[in-house]
Design a protein around this ligand. Structure first.
Ligand code: NAG
Ligand code: NAG
Ligand code: NAG
Length: 342
């Protein structure tokens, strides 16, 4: 997540600070700069209209790549204002009052170069459609979204980040049909919704899956069979019970970070050798048996070198019913363990 941000910022700085913007383009941008906005001559493709109390989107100059409209009172995304925004790459509409009915179909179509669309903290009830086909990041957290129109992601193979946290999605809204087309998805955030089951039909490319603060009780035994790339899995604040986690359900050879805090587990689940961070705090775990949870049989432990052995470095067990000390067999198995919180 943070890596994404850093990378994006670098990209942004390097593309806008290049000095090879033709003079005519800079001049045209300045002349067409809406009076409500700021168009700094040193950033000839950026238009700043944030925090102005705007109720409508001003007419945007044609060479705009980066458009900042966050923190306003905008209700509608009209076709007219964005008609000439064909070069737009980033659009920030966070913290406005846009409803799904207010998103005009033509507005989305016009933005044929759009890569990042941010519409957090608005009043959307559905994922906007149709979306610009080349989109790479779509951030829609903190709306009232309960619907993903079927086919809305069709052909969107560049979309790598989809953030839908803090919405009103239920199991029926997240299906193979609704997610179809996301063949390049890396991060999916469905935290703080109303899911009772693990979402279905996730793309095989999914690497980061965030499902915190839902009401999930169980994970089907073969759930991760079609998701071999999952490396970061967060299920904090759900209703997971021991019986809801079949043996070997986390058999994910690339998993690095597994977060199961604030659930109702009484035992430490099985996890694979690759795992580096495990959060199990605030469950109902009474004891830890290092022999039972060791991903490598005790008989093989002596023969392995650090790199091929269990990689667990960080383990949180606080907020359970475990009493110190840590059993010796935990240390014998997890030799790279640097930090354990009880
Ligand atoms: C779009 O661009 C055309 C040609 O440059 C111009 O005539 C028209 O007024 C512009 N429309 C808007 C809404 O900016
Ligand atoms: C774990 O997954 C691998 C494939 O990645 C498979 O070969 C193996 O049988 C699985 N193990 C268990 C215990 O399910
Ligand atoms: C841990 O589990 C192993 C095998 O399941 C068992 O032999 C051992 O006695 C257990 N250790 C403790 C401290 O209960």
């Amino acid at each position: 997540m943070e890596l994404f941000l850093v990378f994006s910022t670098l990209l942004f700085v390097s593309s806008v600070s290049s000095q090879d913007v033709p003079y005519e383009v800079s001049l045209a941008q300045l002349q067409a700069c809406p009076k409500e906005c700021r168009c700094p001559p040193s950033l000839p493709h950026a238009v700043y209209c944030d925090n102005r109390g705007l109720k409508r989107i001003p007419i945007i100059p044609p060479h705009t790549w980066y458009l900042y409209l966050q923190n306003n009172l905008i209700e509608v995304l009209p076709e007219q204002a964005l008609r000439n925004a064909t070069e737009l790459r980033w659009l920030n509409l966070n913290r406005n009052k846009i409803t799904s009915e207010g998103v005009e179909e033509g507005a989305m179509k016009a933005m044929s170069s759009l890569l990042h669309l941010y519409m957090e903290d608005n009043q959307l009830t559905s994922v906007p459609a149709p979306l610009p086909a080349g989109l790479e990041q779509l951030r829609l957290s903190r709306n009232r979204i309960s619907k993903i129109p079927p086919g809305v992601f069709s052909g969107m193979d560049h979309l790598s980040l989809l953030d839908l946290q803090s919405n009103k999605l239920e199991d029926e809204s997240v299906t193979e049909q609704s997610l179809k087309g996301l063949s390049g998805l890396v991060q999916l955030n469905l935290a703080k919704n109303n899911l009772r089951n693990m979402p279905g039909g996730l793309p095989v490319t999914t690497t980061q899956l965030f499902l915190d603060n839902n009401a999930i009780e169980k994970i089907p035994a073969d759930y991760f069979k079609g998701l071999p790339n999952v490396a970061f899995l967060r299920l904090n604040y759900n209703k997971l019970i021991d019986g809801g986690l079949p043996k070997n359900v986390f058999n994910l050879s690339n998993i690095l970070d597994l977060q199961l805090a604030h659930n109702q587990l009484t035992e430490v689940p099985q996890f694979p050798t690759s795992l580096e961070h495990l959060h199990l705090n605030n469950n109902k775990i009474k004891s830890v048996n290092g022999t039972d949870i060791c991903p490598v049989p005790a008989s093989e432990l002596d023969g392995i070198f650090d790199e091929s052995g269990p990689r667990l470095r960080y383990l949180r067990l606080d907020g359970n019913e475990i009493k110190p000390p840590i059993p010796r067999d935990v240390m014998v198995c997890f030799r790279l363990l640097r930090s354990i919180v009880i």
